[in-house]
Ligand binder design. Sequence first.
Ligand SMILES: Nc1ncnc2c1ncn2[C@@H]1O[C@H](COP(=O)(O)OP(=O)(O)OP(=O)(O)O)[C@@H](O)[C@H]1O
Length: 252
Amino acid sequence: MINVEHIQKSFGNTLAVRDVSFSVQPGQTLGLLGPNGAGKTSSLRILCGLLTPDSGRVHIDGIDVIKHPVEAQKKLGVLPDNCGLYTRLTAAENLRYFAQLYGLSKSHTQYRIQVLAQQLDMQNILHRKTLGFSQGERMKVALARALMHEPPYLILDEPTNGLDVLTTRAVRALLLQLKNDGTCLIFSSHLMHEVTHLCDELSVITQGQVSASGTPDAIIEQTGCSDLESAFAQLCLSNATHATADGSIINE
Ligand SMILES: Nc1ncnc2c1ncn2[C@@H]1O[C@H](COP(=O)(O)OP(=O)(O)OP(=O)(O)O)[C@@H](O)[C@H]1O
């Protein structure tokens, strides 16, 4: 189980994450929705142990991510916002390198590369250096890397960002398959139909804090709107404020 409790993070005077909490049960899928700059990426980076919060607690299956990030990261597959590939290595070499870090055997690594290359339609780029890869090509390799060790928890920052229609559909099908196989997914997205299709629960983050959470239907009902996009827009507009590092809110 993942438990994020009251995390807060500032960068200088910018209060990126003011107060974010959520919990996700194994096998559940949680979507983080929020306007640009709301604090989704920062919250996900804290969850993955890539960023230390100023306060708050994060536990993955009881492991304190802040105190034991390496142990916690073994349970995670992470697709970061920038993909973060080694550009001098080929796609396959990137995957092999991470597989080694996760302790996969050579034969299992090779097997996983073949399976993922087929699922993500990336056979044609496997042996090219990733320098110069398009956004979609980088995304495919980063997603494959996150899935190499078949983690129980998958954290994805905008997983279909920059992908063409066919690849987007392939990625969504893969995520649905992973969800049905019991993988817990937590991902951010700006696409309402994507989160509605994939997520059991949503957390709407505005100005660094959770302004609504629940099933897509519950959020629609809470706002009295007829669809999720209208509900989301209403939540964003009613929380249109600036937060400063001392925690105060300036209404616009
Ligand atoms: N390393 C950093 N240094 C300074 N400011 C940062 C840093 N990382 C994030 N911020 C700021 O924190 C706020 C939240 O950013 P974050 O990337 O978490 O938002 P987001 O919800 O993921 O946005 P988007 O939907 O645009 O990707 C923004 O104002 C951003 O400029």
